[in-house]
Design a protein around this ligand. Structure first.
Ligand code: ADP
Length: 477
């Protein structure tokens, strides 16, 4: 069974864009909050007015009790009449009852039949400690709620007074009108400001989305513009632009690499073709058996070179992407450098190059033995390749507090400053060294392996004087 994604919908209107969804959501949230606030204010106001009316009634009863005590019953009766005159006969009544519930005196009760006919004195008033009881009743003849109070003003005289809650009802009614108007005025303002706010926030997202569309359509130079945006949108756009930059750099690198590979593969393949062509042209005139051996040997040699180049390209790609999880061996670089050096010593001797070693013991790193071995071999191979006879190669290794420093210095042809930053690129070979064997892949392999080992390669070189390649890699902690 498929569950449909819930959609936000308001009276048939379904917001589709990010800005409209955001504005509808924030508008609705504001509206609900405003409604809650106004409703709370309404009920709090009602509770305050209701309580105040109760307190007023209690206060009145107490004042009448005091008046009776100080000035007697006649004064109480006068005051009752005055009270009704100040208010309205319709909305206020007062009467004095004896302990049996018989009326001793009352204001005009012509519009208070339900009160007048009731001679019951609530039992609580007789037994309660505070002697004043306030309650609210509904009177059919008034079609309104009435607050009434029973209270002793003398040991055998009870004051019964009441007042309709019309005043409170009117205030509450007025409040409903004011609140409704407020809600109706504020709601469009809120909706409008939510819309502008959402539009403002969405502008950044729209920029990023526009940039993504442009890049998707092949315009790789397009970038998201991020001015005056909130921090989050700015970060999003910055990250997007960084990603786009990285992708276009990668594409450019891949394009260049493909060109280089095509260029470098074309030479050996061209040579194979030339050998085969020459052999065909000469097979009739020359000793064909001897010719066959030479041609086969030449073709095999070119094929081996091709295979080696392809393998090295794959090795570089592997070192760049796939060996991070294979850097697990504990490798003693002192021992490794000694072993690799031993392999190259006979070649150096043959080329009349002096080789010396200065290796501090116990230089441990966490790494991949196989890849490190090939890295050192590549650097030594280059040093021997580019150092003329009578030259000198020094291999040094020492440990500082945090790093192991491995360096190979030669007194060879050196590298021009203008080319120093390029020799770590795939297939790059300096002009002056093109006559030598090589594919231009050795140093890109070295750089990739050292990077995978969290290290770096530093080059110092002067044309005609020599070069020093130093590898710095973290010491095993
Ligand atoms: P390759 O040695 O196969 O040509 P590398 O990537 O190892 O490729 O080196 C790239 C280029 O850097 C070399 O072709 C050479 O021009 C230059 N180079 C590397 N090592 C040295 C060195 N020790 N002395 C002078 N030039 C060097």
């Amino acid at each position: 069974m498929f569950l449909k994604k819930p959609m936000i919908s308001f009276a048939g209107f379904r917001p589709r864009t990010f800005a409209s969804k955001l504005s509808v959501l924030s508008g609705a949230t504001f509206a609900i909050l405003l409604l809650i606030a106004l409703t709370t204010l309404y009920f709090v106001t009602y509770a305050i007015l209701d309580k105040r009316m109760d307190e007023d009634l209690i206060e009145d009863v107490e004042e009448f009790a005091l008046l009776h005590q100080n000035e007697g019953l006649t004064k109480v009766k006068q005051e009752m009449d005055r009270e009704v005159m100040l208010g309205e006969t319709d909305s206020v009544f007062l009467r004095l009852l004896d302990i049996e519930g018989r009326t001793i005196y009352s204001t005009d009760l012509s519009s208070w039949h339900e009160v007048n006919s009731n001679h019951q004195i609530p039992q609580q008033i007789i037994h309660s400690a505070d002697k004043i009881l306030v309650s609210e009743i509904y009177l059919n003849e008034k079609e309104a709620n009435v607050k009434t109070a029973f209270g002793f003003i003398a040991p055998n005289i009870i004051l019964h007074m009441g007042e309709t809650t019309e005043e409170i009802d009117e205030i509450m009614h007025l409040l409903i009108i004011v609140f409704s108007l407020t809600f109706m005025i504020i709601l469009p303002i809120i909706s409008l400001s939510s819309w502008f706010l959402a539009k403002y926030v969405a502008r950044g997202v729209e920029q990023v989305s526009l940039a993504a569309t442009e890049i998707g359509q092949g315009n790789l130079r397009y970038r998201a513009e991020v001015s005056e945006q909130s921090e989050e949108i700015k970060t999003l756009a910055d990250s997007f632009n960084t990603m786009a930059e990285r992708i276009s750099t990668l594409i450019a690198e891949m394009r260049e690499m493909t060109n280089n590979i095509a260029h470098d593969l074309r030479s050996p393949i061209g040579r194979i073709r030339a050998i085969a062509e020459t052999s065909m042209l000469t097979k009739l005139t020359k000793n064909s058996e001897q010719n066959f051996d030479t041609v086969t040997a030449d073709i095999l040699e070119e094929c081996d070179r091709l295979i080696e180049m392809i393998n090295t390209t794959l090795d570089v790609a592997e070192a760049e992407t796939g060996i991070a999880n294979r850097i697990k061996d504990k490798v003693d670089l002192s021992q490794l450098a000694g072993e690799v050096g031993e392999i190259f010593e006979p070649v150096a001797e043959q080329q009349q190059i002096k080789m010396s070693f200065q290796l501090e013991k116990n230089c441990w790193v966490q790494g991949n033995l196989h890849f490190l071995q090939r890295t050192l071999a590549n650097l030594l191979d280059n040093a021997l390749k580019f150092t003329p006879p009578q030259g000198e190669i020094k291999v040094a290794l020492y440990r500082s507090q945090k790093n192991i420093h491995f360096s190979i210095s030669d007194t060879g042809i050196g590298i021009p400053e203008s080319e120093q930053h390029r020799i770590f690129e795939r297939f790059y070979r300096c002009d002056q060294s093109r006559s030598k064997n090589g594919s231009g892949l050795g140093l890109s392999f070295v750089k990739a392996v050292v990077k995978a080992h969290q290290g770096k390669v530093i080059l110092e070189s002067k044309p005609g004087k020599g070069s020093t390649f130093t590898i710095m890699t973290p010491v095993l902690g």
